[in-house]
Design a protein around this ligand. Structure first.
Ligand code: ZN
Length: 347
């Protein structure tokens, strides 16, 4: 399977994440990509290519112009304002405040455009996000042109990024950008299947009113897991999008058999939609050893995941989302891709 990767994704080198009431080194680190790359090479899974730089037009197809301008200018403005640390929001247009006016100051805009506090904007963040969406676009373009599967080694991840909000380590919604690119290239129906432990709130929000992009997600129950305020089963789409958003929240600790039975339901939803392209938001934080998640996949279960996804027999693009158990992140990603390609290594 062809992989797309850019060294520029490592330009994001954040030092701080708000976690457990303290500032820690972010779980979402450049090391994640390096370890996956090493495992891909060791497994000889296929060629690894650099993506071309495609600019902002595909981003603006799913994101707000003011939001994109903010991401591009935030770090310089934050520094110019004399702040010492990395750019983090500490106030929001919460339910009792107004959200119909965008403040002028960078601090106020941070809260307006952030959906969570853990994710800092730093030098290189915008450039890494640009490279990440270029990786996604090159991967989906390859699948569209060839019908062959592809893997986009995206970093930063994307599925928490909404039309005009960042958070959960995400800035541009790579899966949404790829799906919209396929629509603009003439594909009538695109399905996005999100298997990350966390609900893909951004992807859901971007396509919630639409019937041309089906969003299906299996994730930790938002009543008890991040992102808490979206991801329930009764969120089924709105207007023309009614019935084209499918959430399968599962309790923390859900066993693999139950998870895979849920996957079978999700795959049936996708087959009924008859998509011309499937984008997999591939979070491997469903691994039992993940430090910020609570599902129970073991290394070999990721092979099974890949095998089941292959039963769709659809043109498929995999895009990396989460996965923070770095010692196992490479083998878990490779296992999915090998399972999908029929090279599971199983006797
Ligand atoms: Zn996740």
């Amino acid at each position: 399977m062809l992989t797309f990767h850019s060294d520029k994704t490592s330009l994001r080198q954040a030092n701080t994440e708000l976690h457990d009431g303290t500032l820690v080194t972010p779980f979402e680190s450049p090391e994640r990509v390096a370890l996956i790359l090493a495992c891909l090479k060791q497994a000889q899974l296929g060629e690894i290519r650099e993506p071309p730089a495609l600019g902002l037009a595909p981003v603006l197809a799913v994101h707000d112009r003011g939001y994109v301008d903010f991401l591009q200018s935030c770090w310089q403005r934050w520094q110019a304002a004399g702040h010492a640390g990395e750019a983090m929001a500490n106030i929001w247009p919460a339910r009792t405040l107004r959200d119909d006016r965008i403040p002028k100051s960078v601090s106020g805009q941070l809260g307006y455009y952030a959906l969570a506090a853990e994710t800092a904007i730093t030098d290189g963040t915008f450039e890494a996000a640009m490279a990440s969406k270029d990786v996604a676009l090159a991967a989906v373009a390859h699948t569209l042109a060839s019908g062959e599967p592809s893997f986009g080694l995206c970093r930063p991840p994307g599925h928490h990024a909404a039309f005009d909000q960042f958070g959960g380590y995400c800035f541009f919604n790579n899966a949404a950008i790829a799906a919209q690119y396929a629509r603009d290239a003439g594909k009538k129906r695109v399905a996005i299947l999100d298997v990350d432990f966390h609900h893909g709130n951004g992807t859901q929000q971007i396509f919630f009113d639409r019937d041309d992009v089906l969003f299906v997600s299996i994730h930790g129950d938002p009543a008890v897991t991040f992102p808490y305020y979206l991801g329930y089963a009764d969120e089924t789409g709105r207007g023309p999008g009614e019935g084209f958003n499918v959430n399968y929240p599962l309790p923390p600790g859900t066993d693999v058999a139950t998870w895979l039975a849920t996957l079978d339901q999700a795959l049936a939803d996708i087959q009924a939609f008859d998509p011309e392209l499937v984008v997999i938001s591939l979070g491997v934080d469903i691994f039992e050893g993940d430090p910020i998640s609570a599902f129970t996949f073991k290394n070999d279960d990721f092979v099974t995941l890949g095998e089941r996804l292959a039963t769709l027999k659809r043109p498929t693009t995999f895009l990396l989302e989460g996965g923070y158990a770095v010692a196992d992140i490479g083998v878990n990603v490779v296992n999915v891709l090998r399972g999908f390609g029929g090279d599971s290594g199983r006797a």
